[in-house]
Design a protein around this ligand. Structure first.
Ligand code: NDP
Length: 307
């Protein structure tokens, strides 16, 4: 008799995010019907970066698809910081705009941190403003960065109560690693944050019930770093050469995560694939944040959006 190796259950971010977007759209429609408030998102892009143009178009279409107002402000590469700050000041006081997102990266002559700091924290749907980072750290209601929020929603959907679980977050960036750790701490996980100076990272990862990889290094986390049965959330999006040498020679690429999926899937209990795991959750959470911001700015309690 042959014994098949155990195989992790896949956490399907596409299906889960589609369901979240449906809940957000339904809640936004009720907000509009009951209170005459149409949630609105303004996206600002400076310059012609092709990838950013695609992201911004996608955000606009998805916002409209959820029944919300979408304004896209396309500014020339030569826009000055003062002009950008003046636009943001106007959006901050526009009652029809509840969320403001400035697409990064900005051109080198603009100080991105000054621009992000100028956004009204209550409209900061990316959750990057220092006031929102502070609110998250002390447990006040705020706006939470979309990618870690998406990871948390998937974890709660998969595991229910997270309290007491050991979560290891590999990566300490302000947009993923740190807010992810704060969210897991707020769920009463025991949280360890690892980074490039961590000693014996494989051994540390093997102690994790929940392992979140947000590193930006293709397939760094190997199968033997994972505790059998653990839940693995792979945030990484890395472009590497195609497996087909002929296609690779033509410059064709494929996307892999920070986790060596083929190995990890044999050990983990549950795992997010790349693509199709965390990625689709980010925009769904952007829409959720816009809905929540619209409610709060009108003194209305947002409906719970978990499944
Ligand atoms: P950053 O580059 O800002 O941070 C990477 C972190 O990984 C740093 O804290 C760094 O440590 C740590 N790190 C780097 N090398 C190692 C190593 N060898 N061992 C342990 N830790 C290491 O990246 P982001 O947080 O912005 O993004 C992480 C990944 O997530 C990327 O692949 C990115 O593309 C992806 N991403 C995906 C999103 C999505 O929508 N799914 C959204 C945002 C990001 P140190 O601080 O010591 O330098």
């Amino acid at each position: 008799m042959t014994v098949e190796p155990a195989r992790a259950a896949l956490i399907d971010g596409k299906t889960f995010s589609a369901a979240l977007v449906e809940r957000v759209a339904a809640a936004a429609a009720r907000l509009n019907q009951a209170h005459g408030v149409q949630a609105g998102l303004a996206v600002v892009i400076v310059g012609e970066d092709p990838a950013s143009q695609i992201y911004v178009r996608n955000k606009g279409e998805r916002t409209l698809g959820a029944g919300m107002r979408s304004d896209t402000h396309r500014l020339a590469e030569t826009t000055t910081q003062a002009e950008l700050l003046s636009l943001i000041a106007g959006l901050n006081t526009d009652a029809g705009v509840h969320g403001i997102l400035v697409q990064l990266p900005l051109p080198a002559h603009i100080d991105a941190s000054a621009v992000l700091a100028a956004i009204d924290p209550d409209k900061d749907v990316d959750g990057f403003h220092v006031v929102n980072a502070g609110r998250l750290a002390v447990g006040l209601p705020g706006l939470v960065p979309c990618t870690p929020l998406g990871c948390l929603l998937m974890l709660k959907d998969q595991l229910g109560d997270l309290s007491g679980l050991h979560a290891v977050v590999v990566g300490r960036s302000n947009i993923v690693g740190k807010p992810m750790a704060q969210l897991l701490l707020a769920e009463s996980c025991t949280v360890t944050i690892a980074h490039s100076r961590t000693r014996d990272l494989p051994a540390l990862c093997r102690t994790a019930d929940i392992l979140v990889a947000a590193v930006g290094r293709p397939e760094m986390v190997r199968g033997d770093w994972i505790k059998p049965g653990a839940t693995v959330i792979d945030v990484g999006i890395n472009r590497v050469p195609s497996l087909d040498p002929a296609k690779a020679a033509e410059g064709k690429t494929r996307v892999v995560g920070d986790v060596a999926f083929a190995e990890a899937v044999q050990v983990a209990g549950r795992i997010t694939p790349v693509p199709g795991g965390v990625g689709p959750m980010t925009i769904a959470c952007l829409l959720a944040n816009t809905y929540v911001a619209a409610c709060r700015q009108n003194g209305i309690a947002p409906e719970p959006l978990d499944a």
